[in-house]
Design a protein around this ligand. Structure first.
Ligand SMILES: C[S@@+](CC[C@H](N)C(=O)[O-])C[C@H]1O[C@@H](n2cnc3c(N)ncnc32)[C@H](O)[C@@H]1O
Ligand SMILES: Nc1nc2[nH]cc(C(=O)O)c2c(=O)[nH]1
Ligand code: SF4
Ligand SMILES: [Mg+2]
Length: 243
């Protein structure tokens, strides 16, 4: 039986702008709905009701068709993001269809929910939320998620990515990295102006913040194995949607 998936955006090909496969050519599927409401969410339209008219309930086969309609033969990787796609039990119908076509998958989620289909994702990014988000991640749930991925021998397909806006966030990032030392770890620059259309100012601000984050990582012996990245797509295209 095929289930409907709430979809807000399908776009690409573009590059993955963040984390473990940064730079990889990919398509994006953005699902609607989130169990969090981060203070600085750059995709708040997925959960704040502002785009609810645009949500399309789509079967996996329809999503696949749309990906081919807009991407043609110019992709072999699809990143699923949101909102929180991990809220969707039946997303494996899409993942299986993609896999049958030889297309690899990435997933962006915050680690608040586990799904068995996580074990089928090629590039799984888990992004626990730091204090500046005003969310309180449940670390016991996160432990459980990481344990299941370990049991499934998937840790080589998983990364942790913490967005950092301030010193307190950086300490949270250190704690997360230390808690799961076997998992590849990424620090990501926080964008504190997700609405500006002034790309020049945004770029300058983000580069200053990137340098600050590099300095923090360089000065921390707990971050000897970390990778420090900006959101590459934001440096190139600013706050534009669908890129
Ligand atoms: C929009 S979220 C969707 C997936 C999932 N809900 C999550 O948060 O991981 C995708 C990624 O964007 C990051 N992100 C969201 N707002 C951001 C911002 N203002 N600056 C930097 N990264 C941000 C999130 O931390 C997450 O890693
Ligand atoms: N190019 C590009 N890379 C991204 N990496 C994570 C994204 C997301 O919103 O989840 C994203 C996005 O929206 N665009
Ligand atoms: S968890 Fe992700 S999608 Fe949800 S509010 Fe936070 S950043 Fe936005
Ligand atoms: Mg984004």
């Amino acid at each position: 039986m095929s289930h409907k998936i709430p979809v807000l955006e399908i776009f690409g090909p573009t590059i993955q702008g963040e984390g473990m496969v940064v730079g990889r050519k990919t398509m994006f599927v953005r699902t609607a709905g989130c169990d969090y409401s981060c203070a600085w969410c750059d995709s708040s339209f997925t959960w704040d009701g502002s785009a609810k008219e645009d949500i399309k309930m789509m079967e996996a086969s329809e999503i696949l068709q749309k990906l081919f309609d807009i991407g043609g033969e110019h992709f072999n990787h699809v990143t699923i993001s949101g909102g929180n796609p991990a809220l969707l039990k039946h997303l494996d119908e899409l993942i299986d269809l993609l896999s049958q076509k030889g297309i690899e998958t990435g997933l962006e989620t915050q680690g608040s929910r586990y799904q068995d289909w996580f074990l089928k994702i090629n590039d799984l990014t888990i992004s626990p939320k730091p204090p500046s988000s005003k969310m309180k991640p449940n670390l016991e749930v996160l432990d459980e998620v990481m344990e299941r991925l370990k049991q499934g021998e998937r840790l080589n397909h998983v990364s942790l990515k913490v967005v950092v806006f301030n010193d307190e966030d950086f300490e949270f990032a250190e704690a997360i990295h230390s808690r799961y030392p076997d998992v590849s770890f990424y620090l990501q620059v926080g964008n504190d102006d997700v609405t500006t259309a002034n790309d020049e100012d945004l770029l300058n601000n983000l580069l200053v913040k990137y340098e600050w984050l590099i300095d923090k990582a360089v000065g921390s012996k707990k971050m000897n194995h970390a990778r420090v990245l900006p959101q590459l797509h934001t440096l190139v295209w600013g706050n534009k949607r669908g890129v």
